[in-house]
Design a protein around this ligand. Sequence first.
Ligand SMILES: Cc1ncc(COP(=O)(O)O)c(C=O)c1O
Length: 393
Amino acid sequence: MNAEDICPRPDRLPPQATSPLSPPIFQSAVYRCESPQQAAELMTGELPGYIYRRDGHPNADLLADKLRELHAAERAIVCASGMAALAAAALSQLSTGDHVVVSNQLYGRNLTLLVQELSRLGVANTVVDTCDARATEAAFQPSSKMLVVETITNPCLRVPDLALLARLARQRGARLLVDNTFAGPLLCRPLELGADLVLESLTKIINGHSDVILGTLLGKADCWQRVPQVVSTWGLASSPLDCWLTLRGLGTLALRVERSSANALAAAEFLARQPAVEAVHYPGLAAHPDHRLAAAQFGGRYGSMVTFTLPGGTAAAETFIAAAERIPFSPSLGDLSTTLSHPESTSHRGHTPEQRAALGIFGGTIRLSVGIESSGYILDALAEGLRGGGAHD
Ligand SMILES: Cc1ncc(COP(=O)(O)O)c(C=O)c1O
């Protein structure tokens, strides 16, 4: 063989009688077909298999299968990010002239997509407090096609009644899409409560290691007709390495959720006992406005997010953040470690002070994503932060 003609691509994979315990990473962008007829059969779906990664790849399908099982969904697809999953939902379900009803407490970029971006495509919207069933009912129009809510809102962790909202949407001929990122499938499976579509940013709790950006869309078969085409055509598909890492993260999901939920409850109870803390938001606390609903909807666990407000505004938050050295200020969520975020300067910086106040967000509001360290470590780290703020524990 001429040395220049040695190609790194194998003609065939080495024969083997065993299969790997850890799935391979199928990094290939394209697959080799045996014949034009085989290519045609693969493209029409008559033959199972892959041709071009943007249309599908094994790592995405391995992960999508697990997520489908976890959510008891009829269909599932993995997308490049949580935002790509929302784009896939919107672009597959909506057309010019349609109307969407949107929760006023959605993640900021979700709101931007559904309100600003969809308006450009001729999809109208009404933004409403979806914890208020009457207001939500009144927001529907004859052209309403979709209601979009989050299972647990950011940052005040309100919990809408998903079964009720699913009924409302169905009565109005609309579909319910639930962003389940803050809850995840161990706390809540919105499809079982009547939702038609569910999305999750896998970037967060599901992967759990802050080293991947990925999302998923799951749903009922009758919503699915346009989804695969939209994901491929708008370029929303996932990367094999991100899928591989997320599948690995999924293996410890149950352990992480159990531990971080217990830690979050301990942190919320600790913060609620501190005179220097003005308000604590955690659905697991009896004082939370949605506690009973959350207890029923989440089966006795309340997740890893805790939000609290210090009196003294932004300056108090800054002092806390500087003093709580062991808790990284990292405006995301779902990591192994406890992290914190400051909604006023990050997720809700585009809101006016009045809009933030209406959502319960003030300068002194801090959002914790509680990790899987020992609870003693987390409570000590919080106490350090509070001491820095001039409080005594
Ligand atoms: C509730 C929620 N939904 C969706 C997203 C978007 O996910 P991604 O960052 O993976 O695009 C985020 C990201 O922070 C989020 O918090």
